[in-house]
Design a protein around this ligand. Structure first.
Ligand code: MF3
Ligand code: CO
Ligand code: CO
Length: 383
């Protein structure tokens, strides 16, 4: 680490409102990074102290790369025909978790052994008992905190790599494991899916741009259970069509949840979701589905979001599932980047998604990952 930080002697009124750029610090910051200033980077990163600046330097210095330096040059992408404008950027080495955090069975060798062993069609949907539900409730509360944090800090100029660090640190601070990390080899601790990315985008060194929509999908593993949720956030000024896409994606999830109760067939959810999407001139992704969640990250039942699907299973009290409709501006068809993770729309138009982990109860349902302050739509209106 070569630079030391300079004290900010000007514009103290605006600087005081800045928050320290070191992830999860949260303190007010009035020290400017000298390299950011020299390179005339906007926004300049601010830090609360020399200590925070030094701590975050190994990561922060990556934001001094020029856009061309930050771009990924992997030969895997040679000749690949991108469907839209988004491009891959460099991905940093895999992060580790401290000793003492309980690891899922794939954390070391990347193979989700228990998921593979459970044959999706012939294994009954687990019914969770009181103790298991209590763990899921507590874990869902923590998971919600982590996703909300990501939503609060995401802004123009911040890379999805930085978002991933913040999510990773917030998860291990809570004594949990970031479920995506090494799941089937996934290299990061959350998924960040921008614009035409449908899902499973890999956090990288691309700074978020004014007008982007970015989905952050967070899953936590704790005491033997997973909780899975995501939201799509607006970055800066998003055009009307983008705002509508995000709003309708959220409404699709709400409308699907409204019919949840024992006795209803899982295949009915897709009809509700597709109807609302189509009424708004939007389409529904078919290749990626909601799922059972709990002891397994992805278990029975499989829950398609499109209409007239043939999903197996009837809702019963004690089931815990995700619903996570991916709604597109254009075609429902998807394509895959050569990184074998990033799912994009075939026509390069945008896709938005929301996901909750939900318990089926005797009388209906309980949204385990519910917002504690206001609904997403309330928040959109306030912004
Ligand atoms: N969280 C995603 C879901 O909603 C799954 C991500 S798998 C990963 O099901 F490996 F990409 F992280
Ligand atoms: Co999920
Ligand atoms: Co998810």
């Amino acid at each position: 680490m070569s630079d030391t930080i300079t004290s900010n002697t000007t514009a103290s009124t605006t600087a005081e409102k800045e928050i320290c750029s070191t992830p999860n610090c949260g303190k007010p910051a009035n020290l400017h990074c000298p390299t950011c200033e020299k390179l005339n980077l906007k926004p300049v990163s601010n830090f609360c102290s020399q200590d925070c600046f030094k701590l975050f330097w190994p990561i922060h210095k990556l934001s001094h790369l020029t856009i061309d330096e930050a771009k990924q040059v992997s030969s895997a992408f040679n000749g690949f025909k991108f469907t839209g404008k988004l491009r891959p950027y460099k991905i940093t080495p895999r992060r580790t978790v401290p000793a003492g955090i309980q690891l899922p069975d794939y954390a070391i060798d990347s193979v989700p052994h228990s998921e593979r062993a459970a044959d999706r069609r012939n294994t009954p949907i687990p019914i969770h008992n009181k103790e298991e539900i209590e763990i899921m409730r507590e874990l869902a509360r923590m998971s919600r905190e982590v996703l909300d944090l990501a939503g609060q800090v995401a802004k123009v100029g911040m890379t999805t790599e930085e978002l991933d660090i913040i999510v990773h640190n917030a998860i291990i601070e809570r004594g949990a494991y970031p479920s995506p990390l090494n799941y089937c080899g996934f290299p990061k601790s959350c998924c960040t899916s921008i614009n035409e990315v449908i899902c499973h985008g890999i956090p990288d060194l691309r700074p978020l741009q004014d007008g982007d929509i970015v989905n952050v999908d967070v899953t936590l593993y704790w005491k033997g259970f997973h909780v899975d949720l995501n939201e799509t956030f607006l970055i800066g000024n998003v055009d009307e069509a983008g705002q509508k896409l995000v709003r309708v994606a959220y409404e699709c999830l709400e409308k699907a949840m409204a019919i949840l109760k024992p006795g209803v067939m899982y295949r009915e959810l897709g009809d509700v979701i597709q109807k609302h999407a189509n009424q708004n001139g939007l389409s529904v992704v078919k290749s990626y589905c909601g799922h059972g969640v709990g002891r397994l990250f992805h278990g029975n039942p499989t829950i398609p979001h499109y209409g007239k699907n043939k999903a197996v299973g009837t809702m019963k009290s004690g089931h815990i599932i995700t619903i996570e409709p991916m709604i597109n501006e254009g075609t429902w068809n998807d394509d895959m980047w050569p990184d074998d993770w990033t799912a994009v729309t075939k026509d390069g138009k945008r896709s938005a998604q929301f996901e909750h982990t939900i318990l089926i109860t005797d009388t209906g349902y309980e949204v385990l990952t519910k917002r504690t302050v206001g609904s997403y739509i309330d928040r959109l209106k306030k912004e």
